[in-house]
Design a protein around this ligand. Structure first.
Ligand code: PXP
Length: 240
């Protein structure tokens, strides 16, 4: 059965909008676990626009499932990761002006750097996932780096406008996932997944985990975060 990682970055975005203390991202993480989240995901960006260092430290202490820290390979974030030691880091590219992560990490272009960072994390007891586009060369390069997991970028599937585009995006994801499984990688998927498109994805491609943020935090505005997570779990098993 596909597991659900819940990304709570947007709770921090709302908190930071007023520069105060609420809503508290740690509380969101605990409520998400109460609703059935299998792991908690947060992205410590170089510009600290949402999640901050203290959030990562508190989450590491209080999350009971598993904490996945999304990050670019930049030195000051690396320092936090190696100090806090989340169960897993997910390597993503980061561009200052992007609204959210736009593309997969280029594991081919940055092969050497990725490999040395994976080794650093491995020595610290942190497992590594690489966020990649559904592309065979990227999957193979992520594997060559020593990472144990890839997360496939589902943006092209989530943003497809026609049946043809949707099917094309699903086929690319399926081909990439099968290559990854052949290589012995764990396969996660995420970006743009919601209550309407997640079921089709995981029925066709039974990935080990999906990571979902925006759709769950949006629904939580109306139904509370534990309710929103529970509803997502129901949709994933066909009860929604
Ligand atoms: N996976 C990765 C690598 C991401 O960067 C994000 C967005 O932070 C997500 C999953 C979650 O995407 P969404 O908020 O669209 O569900």
């Amino acid at each position: 059965m596909t597991l659900l990682g819940v990304n709570i970055d947007h709770v921090a975005t709302i908190r930071n909008a007023r520069g105060g203390r609420e809503p508290e991202p740690v509380q969101a993480a605990l409520q998400a676990e109460y609703g059935g989240a299998d792991s908690i995901v947060c992205h410590l960006r170089e510009d600290r626009r949402h999640i901050r260092d203290r959030d990562v430290r508190l989450l590491r202490e209080l999350v009971q499932t598993s904490l996945q820290l999304e990050m670019a390979l930049v030195e000051d974030v690396l320092k936090v990761a190696l100090d806090v030691k989340p169960q897993e880091v997910m390597i993503v590219p980061e561009r200052r002006l992007e609204v959210t992560t736009e593309n997969g990490f280029d594991a081919v272009k940055h092969a050497e750097s990725l490999k040395s960072h994976v080794e650093r994390f491995r020595k610290a007891g942190i497992s590594v996932s690489v966020f990649v586009d559904a592309d065979m060369k990227q999957v193979e390069a992520a594997h060559a780096s020593g990472a144990s997991t890839i997360e496939l970028h589902t943006g092209p599937y989530a943003h497809a406008r026609t049946d043809k585009e949707t099917e094309g995006a699903l086929d690319s994801l399926e081909t990439a996932a099968h290559r990854a499984w052949e290589l012995g990688l764990q396969v996660h998927a995420g970006h743009g997944l919601n209550y309407h498109n997640v079921t089709r994805l995981i029925r066709q491609i039974p990935v080990e985990k999906v990571n979902i943020g925006h759709a769950i935090v949006s629904r939580a505005v109306f139904s509370g975060i534990d309710g929103a997570v529970r509803e997502m779990k129901n949709v994933m098993v066909g009860l929604g």
